[in-house]
Design a protein around this ligand. Structure first.
Ligand code: PHE
Length: 513
């Protein structure tokens, strides 16, 4: 059967044959002045007939930003100033005077220019005369610096590939980048090429196919609709991207975790974000001079400054464990416990504060074990923000109050949880927390990276923590606190933790729920 193709597809095939080699889809679209999507749909037609194909390449594109482009046209400020001095035949001038004469230059740009002139050894400055004076120490029109040469390469080629830069050029790139004149973007580009068949085929032998996807009233009234072929619907092609509202991926993940704990028989609890040091630290047997309490880790509150403490006898029970171990059988820390410090308000640094409140409730209501509760909630620490740290993040916390529950049970719950989340391998290692003994650190194996990633801590609450709430041997409390954002980063393949909360719209649209 004779090959039939749409007119536009034939003309694109012809251009590709004339080019006789690979070409970039974006360049070709620009050259032919057609829409990129139209071009790619034509290429797909050619692909269906094994005439052409494309491959995808990741490129690291660099180009000048708006200010940079301006300097390509008008020269860098240091060159602008030097040219001015040369034209006026000025060899020596006070900075102030020069600035006055160059009123049109923005103050900031003027000083950037002066600094770079110094760096280029075109001028020197001196205060010897009592006034900051500039001396030209270069020939009148020095040749282009390496930086200027590099800048000018963008005249001919607006976009360059970072990976193609020489070592010397990378140095210049970094300098311009530091001056905030460059744009750098990672992109995928498509390289088009003809197959052997496509190279050989005789264009004149291809029949033009008049194809339409819509019939107009004109076509019907004139009867020309009979001359057209109707474009078939390809039901296998993905439809247009829907941009409707949807649940945020992190919220989706939280719901998934919630479902898992509920399916394991746990009940959700929540506690206050503004906590007392009492529940955040003291009830966890953290001594009052513990470094984690310091200002650099904990956000203390000015208003309200003090929190209410639980009933006097419970406060005393906690005080006693700190001072002499109380009923727990421990010797305590042996210092004088200060109720005022325990009353300080803060943004909770961990949701363990919330599970301790649950122990208090257990005591208050005279409850009986087993109790299994979890919480997924926000905590706060005074951290510098970067790729892997946030000052507010989320913990997946839980406790089991039970008789004779053991480390094996704890390991079982955590392993089961991660299994349900899709992580088959969980490793526990000895760890340390002031409130658990023994303590375990939890890591999961991430096969896409081939490495273990730390997820959080766990352990059995020490008697010093449980006795004030009437939880005594053989009753024990298993506890864990795991990071949510780490898990989210693995699940959503993000390597910057901040992405989870700054809402990059492109990613949110792609994430499929
Ligand atoms: N609170 C600990 C943290 O924030 C985690 C933890 C919770 C450890 C419960 C042991 C028991 O890192």
């Amino acid at each position: 059967m004779k090959l039939r193709l749409k007119t536009q597809v034939i003309s694109i095939l012809k251009v590709l044959q004339e080019k006789d080699g690979d070409c970039l889809a974006s360049d070709l679209a620009r050259e032919l002045n057609i829409d990129y999507i139209v071009l790619m749909s034509a290429i797909n037609d050619l692909k269906d007939h094994e005439l052409a194909d494309f491959k995808e390449q990741d490129v690291d594109q660099i180009s000048m930003n708006e200010e940079g482009v301006n300097y390509i046209k008008n020269q860098l400020p240091e060159r602008q100033i030097l040219t001015y001095l040369a034209k006026k035949n000025i060899k020596e001038i006070s900075l102030e005077e020069l600035k006055k004469q160059l009123k049109s230059l923005d103050d900031k740009i003027f000083y950037v220019g002066i600094n770079n002139m110094k760096k280029n050894r075109w001028i020197s400055t001196s205060n010897a005369t009592g006034e900051n004076t500039l001396f030209v120490i270069t020939e009148t029109f020095p040749p282009d610096t390496e930086l200027e040469k590099f800048l000018k390469t963008f005249k001919k080629k607006e976009i360059r590939d970072f990976s193609q830069l020489s070592k010397e050029e990378i140095i210049q790139f970094n300098l311009l980048n530091k001056r905030k004149l460059m744009k750098r973007e990672k992109k995928t580009r498509r390289v088009l090429f003809l197959t052997e068949k496509g190279k050989r085929i005789d264009i004149l032998k291809i029949e033009e196919l008049k194809q339409v996807s819509k019939i107009t009233t004109e076509m019907i009234s004139s009867g020309t609709w009979k001359d057209y072929e109707f474009k078939p619907f390809d039901v296998t092609k993905p439809g247009p991207l829907l941009k409707g509202g949807k649940i945020h991926p992190v919220v989706y993940l939280i719901n998934e975790i919630r479902e898992i704990f509920i399916s394991l028989g746990f009940t959700e609890i929540r506690g206050p974000i503004i906590e007392s040091a009492f529940f955040n630290f003291d009830a966890l047997f953290q001594p009052q001079d513990h470094p984690a309490r310091e200002m650099h880790d904990t956000f203390y509150l000015k208003n309200p400054k003090m929190a209410k403490l639980p009933k006097k006898d419970r406060v005393k029970a906690v005080k006693d464990t700190h001072e002499n171990g109380g009923e727990s059988g421990s010797l305590g820390w042996g210092y004088e416990w200060d109720e005022q410090i325990a009353k300080r308000t803060l943004l909770r640094t961990h949701t363990t504060a919330t599970t301790i409140r649950r122990l208090a409730q257990f005591y208050e209501n005279n409850e009986v074990p087993p109790i299994k509760v979890f919480s997924i909630d926000r905590v706060f620490r005074n951290e510098k923000l970067d790729k892997s740290h946030l000052a507010e993040f989320t913990q997946i916390e839980g406790i089991v109050i039970g008789e004779n529950v053991s480390l094996c049970d704890l390991k079982g719950i955590i392993t089961e949880f991660y299994k349900k989340m899709g992580f088959q391998k969980v490793i526990t290692r000895p760890g340390f927390f002031p409130y658990t003994e023994p303590s375990m650190e939890i890591s999961v194996y991430y096969d896409k990276l081939g490495s273990w990633l730390e997820m959080g801590g766990s352990g059995i609450f020490r008697p010093e923590v449980t006795y004030p709430w009437g939880i005594k041997n053989p009753m024990r409390v298993l506890a864990w606190g795991l990071g949510l954002e780490r898990l989210a980063m693995l699940k959503f393949r993000r390597n910057d933790i901040r992405d989870l909360y700054i809402n990059p719209i492109k990613w949110l649209r792609q994430e499929s729920y």
